[in-house]
Design a protein around this ligand. Structure first.
Ligand code: NAP
Ligand code: G4F
Length: 347
């Protein structure tokens, strides 16, 4: 049985990747950071009772703590490491720049050093996946490939560029199997509620159920290449099964504006978004990424990867999920429970 270690297992991608690896017979170990409220919603269905034997194991840990990462590497002895942990919100990174750099850039370096030393001491040849991002291309125009120059436009993107180059350097300097996946935006019904797609579908569900009236958004003109997270975590795994470590772009090759996303989602939700959406400058970024559309020919040719879920099916699954969620909220409200407006500072 192969053993995988995932940082960021409680996030959108971590939950889909854990499902995928468990279904493929892996023992899966996840690093969970300690928070004052529960943060395991996305993986609770995989981990019903910690007292029952399971192939899923959770450990407290944080990308801020090198000592803990080294300890986990030594006791878990993973065959594959997936570094998905991050402060992953671009707008938040402008406010929390230093923290974002510490987790995203230096956190990756901490995990790579633990990985390098564990590889040497154990004599084994584990494999490392780095979650790089299309945000690294920033202002470089589409279509973006593995050869497109990076032009990061946010502290988050700068940190991801650093983490990417740390990964490439560890591959070359120490002859380690480190692959970097430059993934374009990928969404799902499990997407965090402050990212634009989920913010939209969550609001449409609530508007349809009469729980909300207004949706405040920023720039509707930017374009993104949106795929489904379940397809994209498969690409992560395929990179680690490939014969050599490399850098791969993973993308659908189609791009839509935020406004177009609103159009399609509203059509499914049967809500006229123009009656409900208002502009709020707090959601603008000091420097925006205008247009992302990836060319993933390399991954398609060398890994045999291709996306299986198209844009309209992705949007529909998110709208369906959020209408159901709003229906549950309405039932709770009808039974006299307080329905809180979820979201956070940027929600
Ligand atoms: P996400 O939903 O925001 O999940 C991020 C994960 O990182 C969560 O499990 C979070 O824990 C964890 N985390 C945050 N700070 C941490 C710390 N200090 N130490 C350890 N773990 C920490 O992100 P995602 O969408 O799944 O993305 C996964 C990775 O791919 C991220 O690195 C992201 O930057 C990158 N990426 C995402 C996309 C995309 O479109 N989704 C595209 C390209 C690259 P909590 O649950 O406690 O917050
Ligand atoms: O959904 P977003 O916040 O995603 P963004 O900035 O593209 O970043 C995501 O994808 C990256 C991959 O390219 C990941 F690396 C990163 O971790 C994250 O998962 O914003 C998408 C677009 C932006 O142009 C933004 O300005 O939507 C625009 N937008 C308009 N109104 C909004 C809003 N974004 C958010 N979050 N909230 C708004 O109200």
């Amino acid at each position: 049985m192969k053993t995988a270690l995932i940082s960021g297992i409680t996030g959108q991608d971590g939950s889909y990747l854990a499902e995928f690896l468990l279904a493929n017979g892996y023992a899966v170990h996840g690093i969970v950071r300690r928070t004052s409220s529960f943060n395991t919603d996305r993986i609770d269905h995989l981990y019903a009772d910690p007292h029952v034997p399971s192939r899923l194991h959770l450990h407290y840990g944080d990308l801020a703590s090198a000592a803990r990462l080294r300890h986990l590497m030594e006791v878990i002895q993973p065959d594959e490491i997936y570094n998905l942990g991050a402060q992953s919100h671009v707008r938040v990174s402008f406010d929390e720049a230093e923290y974002t750099a510490d987790v995203v850039a230096t956190g990756t370096l901490r995990l790579l050093e633990a990985f390098r030393d564990y590889s040497k001491q154990s004599g084994s040849q584990p494999r490392f996946y780095q979650a790089s991002s299309s945000e690294m291309f920033g202002a470089s125009p589409p279509p973006q490939t593995e050869n497109t120059p990076f032009y990061p436009r946010s502290p988050y993107a700068c940190s991801k560029v650093a983490a990417h180059w740390y990964s490439v350097n560890f591959r070359e300097a120490y002859n380690l199997f480190v692959s970097s996946g430059i993934l374009f935006n990928h969404e799902s019904p499990r997407r965090g509620e402050t990212f634009v797609t989920r913010k939209i579908t969550r609001a449409l569900g609530r508007i349809r159920m009469g729980l909300q009236d207004k949706l405040y958004l920023g720039n509707l003109d930017s374009r993104r290449d949106w795929g489904h997270a379940a397809d994209f975590v498969r690409a992560m795994w395929m990179m680690l099964q490939h014969s050599v470590p490399e850098t791969f772009v993973v993308a659908t090759g189609e791009s839509y504006s935020v406004r177009e996303f609103l159009d399609v989602a509203s059509e499914y939700a049967e809500v006229d978004w123009r009656k409900h959406v208002e502009f709020d400058a707090r959601y603008l970024r000091p420097t925006e990424v205008d247009s992302l559309c990836g060319d993933s020919s390399k991954a398609r040719q060398l890994l045999g990867w291709k996306p299986e879920i198209g844009f309209r099916d992705l949007v529909k699954s998110m709208v369906d999920g959020d209408i159901e969620l709003a229906r549950q909220e309405l039932t709770l409200a009808g039974a006299g429970h307080t329905v809180s407006r979820r979201g956070g500072v940027y929600g």
